[in-house]
Design a protein around this ligand. Structure first.
Ligand code: B12
Ligand code: SF4
Ligand code: SF4
Length: 268
């Protein structure tokens, strides 16, 4: 993730991405779905079960951009979904979409944290929203449940040590993984949802029926049939690329997915 350091300066000001920007519109999209893998199947984080969210969210923001520019002649816009250097969670927090949990996820007290973010920078000036208010209180469920101890308190706030996070290890990390971390990865083949699964703000209650409701976005629903772990541990490069086309799972690359499936088999 060297790109994070390279773009640190740009990230500070959205006007480095759109010089005429006066407002940032932040949106969130629920991706929650039941995701228990059947015996022998790979375990894939919920956000990656359907079509690549960058494309899904971008598609929706394009419609918003078309409408905005038809209403405001001459308005300039730029869509950003993860790909551009932008402090996404900071902006979404200021826009009222959620507050920072100890697991570093943005959490909405009413709906929880199973949402992805997208942004539309625009030269149109809007009345700013109010930042989201909330907090974890004395809860430490995610810290206790994280299989690798990746949620740490440093520099005065809770952070995820990406080097220990299963999401980083199974998606971004290239090459071998240290033995103790390999064991802790358990059955996660791509990404990890543990620190959200245990979060009380993701548990529906009678008074909070909007938490962990299934996504209404058909593109997010799991449709792909993945090979079982034994097959995945030996999958050919071309076969993986064909299967993973248009899915976030493509990011792990064939080497990565073979390594992850092998780890899952050894952890059984
Ligand atoms: C790098 C990255 C990762 C890394 C590191 C994550 C981390 N927590 O540090 C890895 C690969 C581990 C990862 C994993 C996941 N990620 Co990720 N990731 C990113 C990415 C691309 C950049 C985040 C980043 O490091 N930014 C740079 C730093 C400087 O910014 P920051 O972390 O937001 O922190 C700044 C401010 O927000 C603020 N801040 C941070 N914490 C706090 C706390 C308080 C109290 C306050 C006041 C301020 C504050 O101060 C910081 C410094 O300025 C973002 C998209 C993006 N472009 O932002 C997605 C993003 C954060 N990821 C996302 C998701 C969904 C995930 C996973 C759930 C995927 C999965 N299931 O495997 C996991 C969750 C793991 C976890 N608990 O965080 C979503 C989160 C949505 C949400 N509801 O919060 C994002 C926003 C993508 C998106 N467009 O929706 N991710
Ligand atoms: S995604 Fe998994 S490994 Fe990463 S911080 Fe959350 S629980 Fe820990
Ligand atoms: S599990 Fe508890 S400590 Fe972790 S983010 Fe949720 S409320 Fe906060």
């Amino acid at each position: 993730m060297d790109y994070m350091a390279r773009h640190a300066e740009l990230r500070r000001d959205p006007r480095s991405l759109l010089p005429s920007a006066r407002s940032v519109i932040a949106v969130s999209l629920n991706y929650y779905q039941d995701a228990a893998p059947k015996g022998g199947e790979p375990r894939i984080a919920r956000y990656a079960l359907g079509r690549d969210y960058h494309r899904v969210v971008r598609g929706k923001l394009k419609k918003l951009q078309a409408w905005l520019t038809s209403e405001h002649a001459g308005a300039e816009c730029r869509i950003c979904v993860d790909s551009a250097p932008l402090l996404e969670r900071e902006i979404a927090h200021r826009a009222g979409l959620g507050w920072f949990g100890k697991n570093t996820m943005l959490i909405d007290s009413r709906t929880g944290s199973w949402f992805l973010l997208g942004f539309l920078l625009t030269s149109i000036e809007f009345e700013p929203s109010k930042p989201s208010l909330g907090g974890c209180g004395t809860c430490s469920a995610c810290i206790d449940a994280c299989p690798t101890g990746a949620i740490v308190h440093a520099q005065g706030r809770w952070q995820v040590d990406a080097r220990r996070c299963i999401s980083y290890l199974t998606i971004e990390h290239r090459g071998a993984i240290d033995q103790p971390l390999m064991r802790a990865i358990g059955d996660w083949t791509f990404g990890c949802d543990v620190c959200q699964e245990v979060c009380p703000f993701n548990q529906p209650r009678e008074s909070q029926p909007d938490r962990a409701t299934s996504t209404q976005e058909p593109d997010f629903l799991s449709r792909r049939q993945w090979p079982n772990l034994k097959e995945l541990a030996q999958i050919g490069d071309d076969e993986f690329k064909r299967l993973a086309a248009g899915s976030p799972v493509a990011r792990a690359r064939p080497d990565g997915i073979r390594r992850n499936a092998q780890i899952n088999l050894e952890n059984k």
